[in-house]
Design a protein. Sequence first.
Length: 100
Amino acid sequence: MLFLTQLIYIKEGQEGLFHQFEDIALPLIAKHNGQLLLRLRPDAAAFIGHQARRPYEIHVVQFTTEADFDNFQTDETRKQFLHVKEQAVETVLLIKGNKV
């Protein structure tokens, strides 16, 4: 199993556009042997201490294999809407890991 944690930072005022992309992309995870385990939108009160700025959303996703994740990344439907993601998202910090 491959586990991915994404800290997603969006451009100011682009929440609606980001949600449009998510409405398309998130259902595709299951198509590629993945599962969205957590989708969090933390507010300021959720942070006890931090050195980095607060992300808009945090996703924890699981894929059966690295190839499944690669297939999700290159999914034709997802690729058709990447321009929407690029308009809305400033940056993403992607952390790959394994269950221990």
